[in-house]
Ligand binder design. Structure first.
Ligand code: M6R
Length: 353
């Protein structure tokens, strides 16, 4: 049932174009330049948002909060296990629980606390009929299909896409044609990354490193966190993600010739230029650099390895970069002979607090 794949994780990474098409289907109308969602939520009443989640879903939620804020809706992300008696004073926000399984105890606990405080709740989940879907006032399904590998892959990409759709919908549903076209192009662009063997080659060069550091800015910051989580959970190697700007405030002390830096540099705006500056700093210290880039900021000259992503809008570039990181993590773990689908000590769905 692994469809010829050695591991579910690789199968699920490969399924992403199809899963993403399902997430978009019927929700994006190119002609009308509209996003429509089957939600009975009064969007005019939403004036601020709290997002709650754990693990990879937390990284998707961090990314989502940036999308809401960019459309003028104040949004804050919390680790579900830290939400507790937090921040519900005054006007209650719309509380969004992002959870693949819909059964994560920490996330359910935080959602229940929010409901008890009178907040309206929405879950972004992959699982129809899950506790989150049943208990929340509203549910937006990400439609990724079943995910068996412990590492979240296709469900993360679909969470990112669902968050995009929700941000556009809450912002009134209208989207400019270039944004709609960029959303529609995601499945095909992900396919072009899957057709590229570079991550496998780069993984072979990086195996046996002392530690792996991931850096990114803006929408690429949660992707740096997610890339590090993916690598550590399936390879058991030390991996950390940082906001690129934070490197010089401490983590750079860890950088040596044995610590590859995986840097997400997309677009050619101020953020990309600053991240190129950070790349130069680590390169000067002899660290091998892997640039995940669309080529626009000319970071290649400071990198030993390049993982390419197609050009798109800045927020969507973060979804594409993550696919290269999934492949990189997979091939490093595979080269190390790790039990990728069932890493030690981990469960697919964490039903204890
Ligand atoms: O089912 P959920 O999305 O609520 O699960 C949350 C985390 O346990 C989960 O994302 C975990 O971090 C991933 N398996 C990591 O790949």
């Amino acid at each position: 049932e692994k469809g010829g794949y050695e591991q579910y994780m690789l199968k699920e990474i490969t399924e992403q174009p199809r899963a993403l098409r399902k997430c978009l289907r019927g929700r994006v109308d190119e002609e009308a330049e509209q996003v429509s969602l089957d939600l009975e939520l009064e969007r005019e009443s939403v004036d601020r948002i709290h997002l709650l989640a754990c693990g990879s879903s937390y990284h998707a939620a961090l990314y989502g909060a940036q999308l809401f804020r960019a459309r003028g809706i104040p949004a804050q992300t919390f680790l579900a296990s830290e939400y507790g008696d937090r921040a519900l004073a005054g006007d209650t926000p719309l509380v969004i629980g992002v959870t693949q399984s819909g059964e994560t105890a920490d996330t359910l606990g935080a959602l229940r606390a929010a409901q008890a405080a009178g907040a309206e709740t929405l879950t972004i989940t992959n699982t129809v009929g899950s506790s989150a879907a049943r208990e929340c006032d509203h549910a937006l399904f990400v439609r990724a299909g079943p995910e068996i590998g412990v590492a979240a892959t296709k469900t993360f990409a679909n969470q990112q896409t669902a968050l995009h759709l929700l941000a556009l919908w809450l912002g009134g549903g209208d989207a400019d044609p270039s944004h709609i076209a960029a959303l529609r192009a995601i499945p095909e662009q992900v396919q072009s990354i899957l057709d590229d063997d570079s991550a496998r080659e780069v993984a072979a060069e990086l195996v046996d490193s002392a530690a792996y550091f991931f850096i990114g800015r803006g929408p690429q910051h949660p992707i740096a966190l997610e890339g590090a989580l993916k690598l550590k959970e399936i390879s058991y190697e030390h991996a950390e993600g940082f906001a690129a700007g934070e490197l010089k405030h401490g983590p750079i002390a860890l950088v040596t010739t044995e610590t590859p830096i995986i840097a997400m540099v997309t677009g050619d705006d101020e953020r990309a230029r600053k991240t190129v500056g950070n790349v130069k700093e680590v390169q000067a210290r002899g660290a091998p650099v892997v640039a995940v880039t669309d080529g626009k900021a000319n970071v290649e000259q400071y990198a030993q390895h390049v993982l390419s992503v197609p050009e798109t809008e800045p927020e969507i570039a973060a979804l594409l970069a993550n696919v290269q990181l999934q492949l990189l993590a997979y091939w490093i773990a595979r080269d190390m002979g790790r039990p990728i689908d069932k890493p030690r000590n981990l469960a697919k769905s964490v039903t204890v607090e």
